[in-house]
Design a protein. Structure first.
Length: 359
């Protein structure tokens, strides 16, 4: 069964002026309405906005959450059938705080979305789309990542392993076994944002950053350079320094605090996931620390695994209806939506209290 993933930057800005014919398609031309205001979302906000951003780790009660949620749903309009089954998640640090609010938000069931197709269609207009959410579930982010990992890699006997997810706002970790998650080992702490903020403070001592917000600096951090005051500044050496510091001050102490020698003895591998797993500075530091006793591997397309895991959880709660299943990861850097491209041939056997980790 093939999974299709779509993503856009998790930023938005109030829309002003003419936005017609500014994008090539819906994904790159997201312009939606909330209350009486129009918003540019994702790539359109990055290109057409002045200071696109959002609240990191936003609550479901904040407008940030609703704007990105509706923009993400809009990208499923031609990919799924109504009513849909939807799974979302939160880091452990906010899961217990936001879970009930998210469930109340999703329990509205019907979501009306006003959007503008003139951004990518010369014959476009203002349109409305209605989404009907029949079933939903909110699960911990690391659980979604582990489900996605198991469904993505070709290791049928994969049982005991440690999963570490590097996100923009948080780093998540935990140990999975054939029976499920070992909650004693689960943690949530400072994500890549920690290193980015340190780099920003360093840059501010020597350069004028033109009031760039942390999401804009995050883009520069990924590219390895920043353009400011008509000059391009190479960030690669600084990036290596702050990521090395981040590993020593945050990541390594977490591994020592939450995992025992017995955990490491029974584990087969450490898997790294999340967008931060693309940074060689971090993965090399992991490999160096554990090289003598435990293999470390970057999962395939690590930034997509949470969304894919949410999708398979939606398949479970939808009574095995792939055409109605959606996985939505409203991340702090990028929002990723997963759907199935075709029917699946096998059936998931149900039990009264299914454990999604053992699917």
């Amino acid at each position: 069964m093939k999974v299709s993933t779509t993503s856009f930057p998790s930023v938005f800005e109030t829309a002003f002026g003419n936005t017609e014919n500014s994008s090539k398609d819906l994904l790159n031309g997201l312009k939606i309405k909330k209350d009486d205001a129009w918003y540019l979302v994702g790539n359109l906000a990055k290109r057409g906005g002045i200071n696109p951003g959002r609240v990191t780790n936003a609550s479901p009660t904040e407008e940030d959450y609703e704007i990105l949620f509706k923009a993400a749903l809009l990208n499923t309009i031609d990919k799924v059938q109504q009513p849909i089954a939807l799974t979302m998640g939160f880091p452990f640090s906010t899961y217990n705080i936001y879970k009930t609010a998210a469930e109340q938000f999703l329990s509205k069931r019907h979501f009306l979305i006003d959007y503008d197709t003139q951004t990518y269609n010369t014959k476009g207009s203002f349109k409305k789309a209605m989404f009907d959410i029949e079933k939903y579930e909110v699960i911990p982010e690391i659980v979604g990542g582990i489900i996605g990992l198991k469904k993505t890699i070709n290791e049928p006997q994969l049982d005991n392993f440690i999963a570490i997810s590097f996100g923009f706002g948080t780093i998540e970790g935990g140990m999975a076994t054939g029976d499920g998650l070992i909650h004693r080992t689960c943690f949530s702490s400072h994500g890549i944002r920690y290193a980015i903020n340190n780099l920003t403070r360093e840059l501010n001592q020597k350069h004028y950053l033109e009031m760039k917000n942390e999401h804009q600096v995050d883009d520069a951090f990924m590219k390895g350079s920043i353009f400011t005051n008509r000059k391009r500044i190479d960030l690669r050496d600084m990036r290596k320094g702050v990521l090395t510091q981040y590993y020593k001050e945050v990541v390594s102490p977490l591994m020592r605090s939450y995992f025992t020698d017995l955990d490491f003895e029974t584990c087969e591998k450490i898997y790294l996931m999340g967008g931060g797993a693309h940074y060689r500075e971090l993965t090399d530091a992991f490999v160096e620390e554990f090289r003598d006793f435990l293999p470390v591997e970057v999962a395939p397309e690590p930034e997509k695994l949470m969304s894919i895991g949410y999708l398979y959880n939606s398949l479970r709660i939808s009574d095995n209806k792939p055409q109605r299943s959606v996985g939505l990861d409203l991340g702090n850097a990028s929002s990723i939506i997963s759907t199935f491209e075709e029917e699946i041939s096998h059936t998931i056997h149900q039990n009264p209290n299914p454990n999604p980790l053992t699917l």
